[in-house]
Design a protein around this ligand. Structure first.
Ligand code: ADP
Ligand code: MG
Ligand code: ZN
Length: 465
């Protein structure tokens, strides 16, 4: 059986204002219905004015997805009746979208073709209370979205997830979308079919997944469900289903509507959007994830795993390169960043790195030159990260320099051996592991400052006598 998946992804654009009015688009957490005006509330006679920044962001995304941009695109009214839609229609693009025929290159190298990218406005949000009352909040109504429609050529739930993750990376690199699936800034309708032969099967559309994990899980469930139907000789009926996070199953929502149901027609209030070459040429794209991955592999000879971690977010990748410029040992920088820096960033829940790249490079330099131990380096990184202090200063102030004075170390080693007769006996009886324990005791006694190589040599020397 062959699985085929195509995704329709909605990404909220990070503009200051809405798509057709000057209401603030930064509605998250705001009191209901405070970001509204006659335009986004659909009052009779109110006229939309297109937000130029939203077009620019959509263009950036489309170009980053290698799309063609037709000179002309148009806005259409998609008509349907639902309480979160104040005008009774959504302004979208239909037969003349902003962009067509692009592709996304996955980290695996596979290219997934993009059918179209178009601009549209978001709807409001319904809140269903426990008392059976439904409330509506129009703060989100009119917020700009792009819809990115892939061709049906993803071949597994796992690949669909990789595709979503890559899209998110691209949009975040561009700074046009926060990519937050839990907040709903990035949403996905997944279409999936299973067929016994090369022909495309009947597709099911699945909605309501709010994490990458949920996208994969919902599609996994659908593969199993549809296979079962076909294997029992039945046929899949085209419909839209909802993912239920609690049960881990998809449930029928409605029979699939056709585009004819929406009675699309050109919006008479909006002129066609003209995008000439000069506008396209003005758009500056940053280095995108796929290109960065390829360059990192070439320039720094890093393992694939390191490259994936370091290029996941632009600020991380840029920090890595800034440190490597000052301390030319890429794998070393990568290891320290992945273990220490990323942990600290996760703790502070933001990608703004308060520690200067110079300071990070200095710590690694001090380790390399033997001035401090690796154990101490971890503390120095944390302190410098949290206070902004220079590593040299921290080491000086706290007396964290490595202890390599043999006389002093010998004294400590003797003391540790005297205090741990059992470990000494174990080692002499052939238990090699006891050495590690004793070494750990010496490091503890020196707050991690003892030169580990010298400690080991001294321990062995004394233990063998
Ligand atoms: P509709 O007109 O119902 O919206 P489209 O042909 O426009 O359907 O496709 C919508 C999405 O569904 C696209 O992302 C496309 O890749 C995907 N899709 C279309 N047919 C199939 C199929 N048989 N199996 C899986 N996905 C499909
Ligand atoms: Mg569709
Ligand atoms: Zn408004």
């Amino acid at each position: 059986m062959r699985t085929v998946i195509g995704l329709e992804v909605h990404a909220q654009l990070l503009t200051k204002t809405k798509l057709f009015c000057s209401c603030s688009a930064e509605y998250f957490g705001a009191p209901p219905n405070t970001h509204t005006c006659p335009v986004c509330l659909g009052m009779p006679g109110a006229l939309p004015v297109l937000n130029e920044r939203a077009v620019e962001y959509a263009l950036m995304a489309a170009l980053a997805l290698h799309c063609e941009i037709p000179q002309r695109s148009t806005f259409a009214r998609k008509n349907y009746f639902y309480p979160d839609l104040p005008k009774g229609y959504q302004i979208s693009q239909f037969d003349e979208p902003l962009a067509i025929r692009g592709f996304v290159e996955l980290p695996t190298g596979k290219r997934v073709r993009i059918r179209r990218v178009h601009l549209e406005e978001d709807a409001g949000k319904l809140l269903h209370t426990e008392t059976g009352v439904s409330l509506v909040d129009f703060n989100r109504a009119g917020v700009p979205l792009i819809e990115i429609v892939s061709e049906p050529e993803l071949s597994s739930p796992k690949e669909a997830r990789l595709y979503m993750e890559e899209l998110r990376r691209i949009l975040r690199y561009l700074g046009v979308c926060s990519g937050d699936m839990e907040e709903g800034s990035l949403r996905c309708d997944a279409n999936i079919s299973v067929s016994p032969d090369a022909q495309l099967g009947t597709k099911i559309e699945v909605k309501n997944m709010n994490s990458f994990k949920a996208v994969e899980a919902a599609l996994d469930y659908e593969v199993r469900r549809q296979r079962q139907i076909l294997e029992r000789g039945g046929s899949v009926v085209q419909e839209t289903r909802l993912w239920n996070e609690k049960t881990g199953e998809t449930e029928p929502m409605r029979a699939k509507e056709e585009s004819e149901d929406y009675r699309y027609f050109p919006d008479p209030d909006l002129v066609p959007l003209q995008i000439d070459d000069s506008w396209k040429q003005k758009i500056d794209l940053p280095e995108l994830p796929a290109a960065k991955r390829a360059r990192f592999a070439q320039e720094y000879q890093l393992p694939e795993y390191d490259i994936a971690v370091l290029t996941e977010e632009r600020p991380i990748a840029e920090y890595f390169e800034a440190v490597v410029k000052l301390y030319q040992h890429p794998k070393d920088v990568s290891n320290w960043m992945m273990s220490e820096l990323l942990r600290l960033l996760k703790e502070q829940r933001s990608l703004e790195i308060p520690m200067k790249p110079e300071h990070f490079a200095q710590v690694l330099q001090m380790v390399r030159s033997g001035q401090i131990t690796r154990t101490v380096a971890k503390d120095v990184i944390e302190e410098s990260f949290k206070t902004g202090k220079a590593p040299q200063e921290i080491v000086r102030e706290k007396g964290l320099g490595q202890i390599s004075d043999e006389g002093l170390l010998a004294e400590i080693v003797t003391k540790v051996l005297a205090e741990n007769p059992k470990a000494v006996a174990d080692f002499r009886a052939g238990k090699e592991a006891a050495l590690g324990f004793l070494q750990g005791q010496v490091m503890k006694a020196t707050s991690g400052k003892a030169d580990p190589h010298k400690v080991r040599a001294l321990l062995l020397e004394k233990l063998r006598h």
